[in-house]
Design a protein around this ligand. Structure first.
Ligand SMILES: *[C@@H]1O[C@H](CO)[C@@H](O)[C@H](O)[C@H]1NC(C)=O
Ligand SMILES: *[C@@H]1O[C@H](CO)[C@@H](O)[C@H](O)[C@H]1NC(C)=O
Ligand SMILES: *[C@@H]1O[C@H](CO)[C@@H](O)[C@H](O)[C@H]1NC(C)=O
Ligand SMILES: *[C@@H]1O[C@H](CO)[C@@H](O)[C@H](O)[C@H]1NC(C)=O
Length: 614
């Protein structure tokens, strides 16, 4: 028994907390629980992190107990420093806008103040999900019967000061994946309240371009306030870095060497002609598929997927057969963004500006194959969706950094062609894109004989690729967030795949990513979509029949941003596929994805999410 001081608005309350100081956990409990109270009156305007004794204020307040409201100038300066730009003086309109999304809707235990959760007394955490138990140790959603799921992984989320996390602009956040993942951690039961005994430690930053200082600050903070960074030397600590060129642009210095960066960019060696530096580190990092919300896919004409079991019955007749091009691509071809010239003497780009765009591969493929029978490469295709759905092979190149067409193709059911030397695709090397997609044996050198490679793929091999693609596509889809568009159950979606990789890596820390499948049968089965439990979407299909679609609406901002980054000509491209599906139904998951909630900030109760698989 040790007394613990906790401050309450009315004054000091002496609270007796019992500690069962059992051998091995003694140290960490000792660290986690500090009898440092929050300044008096903290919870009047702010949130008291009871574990750290830190008083967090909403972004328009300051002072030890948030008692002072910032004046207009100070507020404008703070907002600007946080990245609020445009729209009103210093972007203040947006800075204090209620449209800023609160994590997990403050777990129903707090008030959302422009993205910051002002938690009810005794609750704390960026989403108010934490409280201290009678033993003085943190609990997650204690009054809601939260228990971590058996399969794991156990992910601990650091509670960083709000200026690093929830104060930041979520209105214009164009890649919301990191935030969504945070909410999903709680919903799946993979989040744990205590860092001791966790498999992974997450720094909940959504890094995007040149955020290196912010990352270092966060690392400094966790090193100082918690024991786990020093204990692990930064291993099994993770962060999302979702900028176009991944880790490299979000990291500064070597301090974060052992961290796992989750990014979209798997470039593991330099490509000087493109001005790219190696970004992905094979031993630590993970490539995550780009988040493509349904409204965006719909705009591209990709509301339908060939993987859906009812595609053949429901799709428009012109979509049913693979009667489109043999090889198809639409988007920027020349780095300068201008359409290539095909008049005499040879086809060429008009200028050599940005000739390293897409690693030069779009240009090279075009120059070798522009007029080949069955090949369609165009700058802008009014039948974008239709062609992606009806072509046999779709080119999935890089952009000005990572690309997204390989993911679009996988989702739509077109066999992706990967020509990007030195780049790992999403979830590689655990997943083998060569098994369900096409890679040239000699990589980019073989571009001139692409047609021969494709011609060499017989009907049986093609059918095999397609059947594997149906599973791989599930790993690329964020179905547990956005709903199921392929009649899948959500078991193998991108979030679950990431979690499964984290689980496996934590259990086999010495095994490189490419070796995990061989030593971990559970992972092997998972990656082949044959784990059993709650996997197939039978229920989903039945519900789709009944017409109660989830109508997932992810907001679209995320992928639109990606498309901009890549210079995709997607926006105006083809509505043909969009009307192609016919019935406006989307198979519903056993886990109903929150309607709009995640992206748009509608209330949602993560604690109440069913967990259809263990
Ligand atoms: C971790 O190590 C650094 C450097 O030695 C030290 O400054 C810091 O206090 C340590 N953190 C903890 C929680 O002990
Ligand atoms: C990374 O981990 C290794 C041990 O695996 C350690 O020697 C090294 O100091 C760590 N690097 C950093 C920057 O913490
Ligand atoms: C990274 O992984 C790729 C694919 O597995 C491999 O070809 C490459 O040699 C590795 N690069 C380094 C630097 O280890
Ligand atoms: C295709 O274009 C090349 C020049 O790039 C030309 O030599 C060839 O004759 C053309 N083939 C056809 C079938 O038009």
């Amino acid at each position: 028994m040790r007394p613990r001081l906790a401050w309450r608005p009315g004054g000091v309350v002496l609270r007796a907390a019992s500690f069962f100081m059992v051998g091995t956990i003694l140290l960490t409990i000792g660290d986690a629980v500090r009898a440092v109270p929050c300044p008096e009156g903290c919870t009047r305007f702010g949130t008291c992190n009871e574990e750290l004794g830190r008083c967090d204020c909403p972004k328009h307040r300051t002072g030890p107990a948030c008692a002072t409201e910032l004046g207009p100038e100070a507020l404008a300066a703070r907002c600007e420093a946080l990245g609020y730009k445009g729209g009103g003086p210093g972007g203040m309109d947006r800075c204090l806008s209620p449209a800023n999304h609160c994590l997990g809707a403050c777990s129903g235990a707090g008030e959302c103040v422009a993205g910051f959760c002002k938690c009810a007394e005794g609750k704390f955490g960026a989403d108010c999900s934490l409280s201290l138990g009678p033993d003085g140790r943190p609990r997650l959603l204690a009054d809601r019967g939260y228990t971590p799921r058996a399969r794991g992984p156990r992910v601990y989320v650091y509670e960083l000061p709000p200026e690093m996390t929830t104060w930041r602009n979520s209105v214009t956040l164009d890649r919301p994946t990191a935030r969504l993942f945070l909410e999903r951690l709680t919903a799946t039961g993979t989040r744990v309240a205590e860092g001791a005994g966790a498999d992974w430690w997450l720094l909940p930053l959504g890094l995007r371009a040149l955020d290196g200082e912010r990352l270092l600050e966060a690392v400094r903070y966790v090193r100082e306030h918690h024991p786990w960074w020093n204990q692990t030397q930064g291993h099994r600590h993770m962060v999302f870095a979702l900028g176009d060129t991944g880790r490299r642009e979000s990291e500064k210095g070597g301090r974060t060497r052992n961290m796992t960066f989750v990014s979209h960019w798997g470039l593991w060696r330099d490509r000087p002609r493109s001005g790219w530096k190696a970004s992905h580190r094979n031993d630590t990092d993970i490539v995550l598929p780009v988040f493509l919300p349904p409204p965006y896919l719909k705009r591209l004409g990709l509301a339908a997927s060939r993987h859906h079991p009812r595609f053949q019955d429901r799709a428009l007749p012109e979509l049913r057969q693979r009667s489109g091009p043999l090889f198809w691509f639409s988007g920027r071809i020349c780095g300068d963004g201008l359409p290539p010239l095909t008049d005499a003497p040879t086809p060429r780009c008009r200028t050599s500006k940005s000739s390293g765009y897409s690693g030069g591969t779009r240009r090279k493929v075009y120059l070798s194959h522009w007029n080949r029978t069955g090949f369609l490469m165009t700058q802008s295709d009014p039948l974008y969706g239709q062609h992606m759905l009806t072509s046999r092979y779709c080119f999935g190149p890089m952009g000005g950094g990572h690309g997204q067409r390989q993911v679009q193709a996988a989702l739509a059911g077109c066999v992706p062609v990967l020509i990007s030397d030195g780049v790992l695709e999403p979830f590689e090397p655990a997943l083998d894109w060569g098994a369900f997609g096409v890679r040239l044996p000699g990589g980019e050198r073989d571009i001139p004989r692409l047609h021969e490679v494709l011609a060499g793929i017989g009907p049986e091999e093609y059918a095999l690729k397609l059947s594997r693609l149906r599973c791989a596509a599930q790993h690329m889809a964020f179905s547990t967030l956005l709903g199921a568009a392929m009649g899948e159950g959500g078991r193998y979606d991108a979030v679950e795949t990431l979690l499964e990789l984290l689980r496996s890596k934590a259990q086999h820390p010495g095994v490189p990513w490419e070796g995990l499948r061989a030593v971990d049968g559970q992972l092997d089965a998972f990656l082949d979509c044959r784990s059993g439990e709650g996997a197939e979407g039978e229920e989903a299909e039945r519900e789709a029949e009944e017409g109660e679609g989830a109508e997932a609406d992810g907001g679209g901002a995320g992928a639109a941003g990606d498309a901009r980054a890549e210079g995709a000509s997607g926006r105006r491209e083809g509505a043909a596929g969009a009307r192609g599906w016919g019935p406006r139904r989307r198979a519903q998951l056993p886990v109903a994805p929150p309607r709009r909630g995640h992206v748009r900030g509608r209330p949602l109760d993560l604690a109440a999410c069913p967990r259809p698989w263990p």
